[in-house]
Design a protein around this ligand. Structure first.
Ligand SMILES: Nc1nc2c(ncn2[C@@H]2O[C@H](COP(=O)(O)OP(=O)(O)OP(=O)(O)O)[C@@H](O)[C@H]2O)c(=O)[nH]1
Ligand SMILES: [Zn+2]
Length: 179
């Protein structure tokens, strides 16, 4: 970080910047903590609720970091799944924890979206999963093309939510009509 400050023409020894490299190191440790966490552990505890229809958590706030520019992208994630025939469900907070874990890595939005869906499929073996992420990329807002407000939507749909048009339509409708 000291080298970086020098490279942009700053004086890393001036009072305001003296603690910055260590401060940024601590901030990065937090922002990229997901690199050191095991996603499957998030979903270790499940409950047998014999619920076999859609479970959907919408508007999970999301902060991640674009791996191309190392600047933030932020928005919301909607995460849903249809439990398997045993009705194995996870705690609702775990869906948000999963989003957080993968968001706290250098990311691209597409990979973040599919990683969450794939972790759900792997661990819960649900009949289907859907993840939709809507985000604004600051690398497109504050620099470069400079289009603040432009929003990117990505989706990852697996299993029955991919193959059954009715199931997918129900989930999409619930995501669209929220609030
Ligand atoms: N697919 C995808 N692209 C992203 C994401 N975040 C940032 N980008 C894009 O990554 C691309 C990197 O393009 P480059 O041409 O290598 O970099 P650049 O010269 O800084 O590009 P500009 O942003 O167009 O100025 C840009 O088009 C970004 O908009 C993401 O999550 N997914
Ligand atoms: Zn970027």
């Amino acid at each position: 970080m000291r080298e970086l400050l020098l490279a942009v023409g700053e004086d890393p020894d001036r009072t305001g910047l003296r603690d910055t490299p260590a401060r940024v190191a601590r901030a990065y440790r937090e922002m990229f903590a997901g690199l050191y966490e095991e996603p499957d552990h998030v979903l270790d505890r499940t409950f047998d609720e014999s619920h076999q229809e859609l479970v959907l958590v919408t508007d999970i706030p999301l902060y991640s970091c674009c791996e191309h520019h190392l600047v933030p992208f932020h928005g919301v994630a909607h995460v849903g799944y249809i439990p398997n025939s045993q009705g194995r469900v996870t705690g609702l907070s775990k869906l948000a924890r999963l989003v957080d874990l993968y968001a706290k890595r250098p990311q691209v939005q597409e990979r973040l979206t599919s990683q969450v869906a794939d972790a759900l499929m792997r661990k819960l073996q649900p009949r289907g999963a859907i993840v939709v992420i809507e985000a604004e990329h600051l690398c497109m807002a504050m620099r470069g093309i400079r289009k603040p407000g432009a929003r990117t939507t990505t989706s990852a749909v697996r299993g029955m939510l991919q193959t059954s048009a009715t199931s997918r339509a129900e989930a999409i409708e619930l995501i669209r009509s929220r609030r």
